[in-house]
Design a protein around this ligand. Structure first.
Ligand code: LLP
Length: 428
């Protein structure tokens, strides 16, 4: 179980510690729910990408955990940022990510997004649709990639597949060739091609198929238009382990295979090897994160289900509802106690589907205990909502016995601040 937690996780006495701090001390200082990111794990995973592909641009998939402190830390490690909205672009800029390392995405970019990307000199803008070519040129964008949709199905949840034939993302191969010609006519620098197949890809073979496909497509482009990609951006997608029976794919192997397959694919078509861009999100930040919750109600239903309710739920982690995601958990304040029974972990939201974990063996959870859920650094807080008027959690970075607040907890006042006419009904 501890191996699902970040690298610094340990059990000292009876307590789970992260980055040298006990879960209880973290919860006492910052409250719960709390997203704890282990800096050492985050940096190690960023370095693993950089070491495996020193010549590539590693553009962190900001959407996995959009946070200024995290983006800054990763930028210090030489990473860039893949951003998919104006908001994410501003996060990357606020973090000081050098503009030339920013890759701007979006399947429906607004004029404001294109204009801002041009204004700050974003290194690459990834065009996604035929009408974007002209709009990008008008906005003053200089260097672009074209996102192509290879029509490959991958083995992941349908909501997070992107490269299949019916995808809302990218150009079809035919429209991409026309768009390339158009981009060049308009004076855009068409630097290369982009493919992203999906996320949480456990079986990498679809990824390999897409590289072979891309090399073939590059050679078609060369034959038909005399143009071939100088840059190839393969998106993100490497899976992480959430529960004990999940596989644990390695960054080193994944990237080594990519490099080898790109080289072989391009060699096979007598094309010069392209410069590579990778956009990992989940595999950088996911395993670094642990969410701490406080246990409240513990009770048994008529059918025997043992419920342990926590002070968060689908508002801070909607992945079980959206993707049938599975998680596991440990009682952080009694971490060395053996499990006594199987529990279902429920959130505090007003619907029966608000179940974070269907079945997990826990050591007799009681009100006031702390529940630690590992592998929750990616796409949890990033997709959090204020459902049921619940403020979103805080996040901290831990390292060497110190915790640094990197996102403050919202308050109910924060939620009321955007309500119009909120004072009219107040008596006091
Ligand atoms: N590049 C592009 C163009 C993407 O669309 C994505 C993710 C990434 C990179 C990063 O992929 P990663 O390395 O994180 O798999 N909310 C979903 C995941 C959505 C992924 C969207 N695109 C989830 O919670 O599983």
């Amino acid at each position: 179980m501890l191996d699902l937690f970040p690298a610094t996780a340990a059990i000292e006495g009876d307590e789970l510690t992260l980055g040298g701090m006990t879960a209880s001390a973290l919860a006492a200082e910052f409250g719960t729910p709390l997203v704890v990111l282990d800096e050492q794990t985050l940096v190690a995973r960023a370095r693993a990408y950089r070491a495996a592909a020193p010549d590539a641009l590693i553009a962190y998939g900001t959407k996995a955990f959009p946070n200024v402190a995290v983006l800054r830390l990763l930028a210090d490690e030489g990473l860039g940022a893949d951003v998919s909205t104006l908001g994410e672009l501003e996060f990357a800029l606020a973090a000081g990510v050098p503009a030339e390392r920013i890759v701007v995405h979006g399947n429906n970019k607004s004029d404001a997004e294109l204009a801002r990307a041009a204004e700050v000199g974003a290194g690459l803008v990834v065009l996604d649709a035929p009408d974007e070519v002209e709009r990008a040129a008008t906005a003053g964008i200089r260097r672009v990639l074209l996102r192509v949709t290879p029509g490959i199905e991958v083995d992941t949840h349908a909501s997070i597949r992107t490269g299949h034939a019916g995808s809302k993302f990218g150009f079809t191969p035919e429209t991409a060739i026309a768009a390339l010609a158009h981009a060049r006519e308009l004076g855009l620098e068409a630097a290369g091609l982009h493919v992203h197949l999906g996320s949480q890809l456990v079986d990498a073979s679809a990824g390999w198929a897409s590289i072979a496909w891309l090399a073939g497509f590059a050679s078609v482009c060369e034959r038909e238009t005399g143009w071939s990609p100088a840059v190839v951006d393969l998106g993100g997608g490497l899976a992480i382990r959430h529960v004990e029976d999940d596989p644990d794919p390695s960054i080193e192997d994944f990237v080594a295979q990519i490099l080898d397959r790109v080289q072989r694919g391009f060699d096979a078509h007598d094309l010069a090897p392209p410069q590579l861009v990778l956009e990992p999100g989940r595999s950088v930040v996911g395993p670094a994160g642990v969410t701490l919750y406080r246990v409240g109600v513990v009770k048994q239903a008529a059918d025997g289900t043992r419920w342990a309710a926590i002070d968060g739920g689908m508002s801070d982690n909607p992945r079980p509802q959206l993707y049938d995601a599975r998680y596991t958990a440990l009682l952080a304040n009694r971490a060395s106690d053996g499990p006594t029974a199987t529990y279902s972990v429920a959130g505090k939201h007003c619907e029966s589907g608000d179940v974070l974990i269907r079945r997990v063996a826990l050591a007799d959870p009681r009100r006031g205990d702390l529940l630690a859920v590992p592998a929750t650094g990616a796409y949890t807080l990033a997709m959090a909502s204020n459902y049921n008027g619940v403020p979103r959690p805080a996040a901290v970075l831990v390292r060497d016995g110190q915790a640094r607040l990197i996102r403050r907890r919202e308050s109910v006042d924060d939620l009321l601040a955007v309500e119009v006419g909120r004072d009219e009904g107040r008596s006091g």
